[in-house]
Each structure stands twice: as structure tokens, then as C-alpha cells.
Design a protein around this ligand. Structure first.
Ligand code: CP
Length: 304
């Protein structure tokens, strides 16, 4: 991870050794409670789209490392309601000089251009369908805790890959670590990616995988492209029957494998509630790890 005040918008510039060294610092952070790195400085958490896990884990990470969080949550009762743009809101909050801007926003916001206009690092906390790099980091950190080795690990990404910023970040991250990636889902939810296997049948995919990561069906992004307007992409019952995870289909999944989901879950669609009771399911461990991964990122990016 860089130690200069550069923004953290994607995972493109990180090498495999940067990533292994980052995961080792996160492991250490989970075991120890290091001193605060800051006192009296602030982190601005600017969430223009809904969030529970990412916002609260960044808030928790900020407190743990000594930053006061300044929270902009969704925009109700803010000047967005008077017509201020997202970009103006960001620049005005940057002028209050927090140490970082942690931002969740839609694709239409140009975080790269904004990162050239502000003095502090911008951290991508979920940017349209472009990427969600801290989610990908916490996912892989979780895999590293439960799987014997990342190199050669077979990870199945299941479901609405095309509309998922989590999947977009995993396409940047997993191949760098020597992780094999497979995709499974209806053809309209899949994407073309080099060196990635595609499975049409969930049982076949599960017999290949050591990790299965079910994605949330991103209904809110289905009607964004003109081609998709007025044409539902999904028959819920067909999807549930063919691609939903349940205890029956998971009987043939690796007993030492792990089941993941970035949340929030559409119960009874991509995953039946019973799956959360499966000892292989690490959904809440992902959330716990999100705090430490984000705290370590703040520590690494912090410059006095
Ligand atoms: N995984 C994730 O980004 O969850 P939230 O939308 O609740 O932050």
C-alpha cells in the first residue's frame, strides 16, 4: 500500500507483494490494539448511495485510529435538496480539511477528476459499478483466514456479476494473487473476462469451487441502461431455482470450502436464510474483517 497521500480508487497499482504485506498488517492489527495515529483530525464519510456495512465499518475504523468521523449520510436535510451538486458538496466538505474523503457515489461522479482538485486522499467506498476495492480486500483477507493458500484457490463468483462493483474489483485483485476465478449465473448477468471459467450449471460450478461468493442481485442498477428499460432482467423463481444457494445444493460443495456474500442479502433469492447457519458460511466474519481492513488502510494512507 502506498504511504504517500494518494487516493485509493482501485487496486490496479498494487502488486501481489503489496497485497500480501497489507494482509499481514491486517492480521497483526486484529491481534493487537495499536495506539491512535491521530487526535483531533477528522475523516469525512460521504455516502451519496445507501450503505450499512461500509459506512459503519469506516466509522468504526476512524474511531479506532483516532479520527473523528464527519458523516454525510444519504443527503437528506443537506443542500443536495436545494439543488447543490454532488461534486460541489464534495469540494465544500474538502474545504473543511478532513484528513480523508471516504466516498460512496454513482458512476456519474468523476472521482478521478475530484482527486486532482482536493488536497487529501479520496477513498473509494463503492463507486457505481466501477469498483468497491475495500470490499474485495476484506473478502480476500477472509479467504486467507480460512483457506490453506490463496495461490491456486478456486473462487466461484455467483449471480449478478455484470452489475456488481464487488465483482469488478475482484477482477482486478484475484488474478494478481494467483487465484482462479469461475463465474456462474444467467448469461445476461455474466461478463467476458480473460482467463475466467464460466459455468451454466450451479452444481457443476460448486463441484469445482473452494470458495463460493454469491452476489446480491442489483435491482437498482437493472433499469439504468436504455436497452434494459421496461424489460425485467430476472424471473425471480427461475433465478432462485437455478442459481440460489440452499442447503440441498451445498451438500456437494467442498466440506472445507467457504461461502461468502458481500451483503446486503436478498433472502430467498440468491441465498436461502438456512445457508447462514452453515458452518462454512463466513458472511459475518467478512463484516468483522471489514473494520480491520479499513482501519489498516487509513493507517497506511495517513501522513501527518
Ligand atoms: N457490502 C457492502 O458494500 O454493504 P453496504 O452497501 O451495506 O455498505
Amino acid at each position: 500500500m502506498p504511504t504517500s497521500p494518494t487516493s485509493f480508487l482501485d487496486l490496479k497499482s498494487f502488486s501481489s507483494s503489496d497485497l500480501h504485506s497489507f494482509f499481514s498488517r491486517v492480521t497483526h492489527l486484529k491481534k493487537a490494539s495499536p495506539a491512535s495515529i491521530s487526535s483531533g483530525e477528522r475523516v469525512a464519510l460521504l455516502f451519496f448511495e445507501p450503505s450499512t456495512r461500509t459506512r459503519m465499518s469506516f466509522e468504526s475504523a476512524a474511531y479506532r485510529s483516532g479520527f473523528g468521523p464527519l458523516i454525510f449520510d444519504g443527503g437528506a436535510n443537506t443542500s443536495l435538496e436545494k439543488g447543490e451538486t454532488v461534486e460541489d458538496s464534495i469540494l465544500n466538505i474538502a474545504a473543511m480539511r478532513p484528513k480523508f474523503l471516504v466516498i460512496r457515489c454513482g458512476d456519474q461522479v468523476d472521482l478521478r477528476a475530484l482527486s486532482q482538485q482536493v488536497e487529501m486522499p479520496i477513498i473509494n467506498a463503492g463507486w457505481g459499478i466501477k469498483g468497491h476495492p475495500t470490499q474485495a480486500l476484506l473478502d480476500v483477507f477472509t479467504m486467507s483466514e480460512y483457506c490453506p493458500s490463496l495461490t491456486g484457490l478456486r473462487v466461484l463468483i455467483l449471480g449478478d456479476v455484470r452489475h456488481s462493483r464487488v465483482a469488478a474489483s475482484h477482477f482486478e485483485l484475484l488474478p494478481k494473487l494467483g487465484i482462479e476465478v469461475g463465474l456462474c449465473g444467467p448469461s445476461e448477468f455474466l461478463v467476458e473476462q480473460p482467463d475466467i471459467k464460466k459455468f451454466r450449471s450451479l452444481p457443476e460450478a460448486l463441484s469445482w469451487a473452494q470458495v463460493v461468493m454469491a452476489l446480491r442481485v442489483q435491482f437498482e442498477r437493472h433499469d439504468q441502461s436504455p436497452a434494459e428499460k421496461n424489460k425485467p432482467l430476472l424471473d425471480r423463481e427461475d433465478y432462485r431455482a437455478s442459481f440460489g444457494l440452499n442447503s440441498r445444493v451445498l451438500r456437494d460443495f467442498d466440506p472445507a470450502g467457504i461461502i461468502m456474500h458481500p451483503g446486503p442479502i436478498n433472502h430467498g433469492l440468491e441465498l436461502e436464510s438456512e445457508v447462514l447457519q452453515d458452518p462454512r458460511c463466513k458472511v459475518l466474519q467478512q463484516v468483522t474483517n471489514g473494520v480491520f481492513v479499513r482501519e489498516q488502510l487509513l493507517r497506511d494512507l495517513y501522513v501527518n
